[in-house]
Design a protein around this ligand. Structure first.
Ligand SMILES: [Zn+2]
Length: 151
């Protein structure tokens, strides 16, 4: 349960006085159930599996609305595509596998402390941050060169 006691996206949307139509309700449920960070096209694919009449533009409008209301978080990892996840989770950072595009969530108390220390030394208090690590798998970083064939 969140601090406000509002458990679902639908609750929080209503608390902000936003209207939740049937199609928006489907999209919010998909976001809630997503364990990954889907982009709009992926959200649309999942939405039309439930209601084939949902237009891509409806998905675009809904995520923009939810993101402006602070209900979902928008990320841009590598390909310039916006990806979304609900904003009610514990704070975490992201590691992006550049080979597979996989996104791994992590949380490091050491990094949190270090960031606060750096900000304080510069005379600031952190109100939020984003950290993205762009990575290649260790075992694939060094690729053996192809052996040259003798002429
Ligand atoms: Zn995440």
């Amino acid at each position: 349960m969140t601090a406000q006691g509002l458990t679902t996206i639908a609750d929080r949307v209503r608390a902000q006085g936003l209207r939740l139509t049937g199609q928006r309700k489907i999209i919010t449920r998909i976001l809630e159930e997503a364990a990954d960070h889907p982009d709009v096209e992926e959200l649309h694919r999942r939405a039309i599996a439930i209601d084939p009449k949902i237009a891509l533009s409806t998905v675009y409008r809904t995520v923009r609305l939810l993101s402006e209301a602070g209900i979902v978080e928008r990320h841009e990892f590598t390909d310039g595509r916006a990806r979304y996840e609900t904003a009610d989770h514990e704070h975490h950072d992201h590691l992006i596998d550049l080979r597979s595009g996989r996104v791994i969530e992590f949380h490091s108390p050491e990094i949190e402390v270090l960031q606060a220390k750096i900000a304080a030394e510069l005379g600031y208090r952190i109100t939020g941050h984003r950290l993205q690590l762009f990575c290649l798998p260790l075992e694939e970083t060094v690729r053996p060169a192809k052996p040259k064939r003798a002429p």
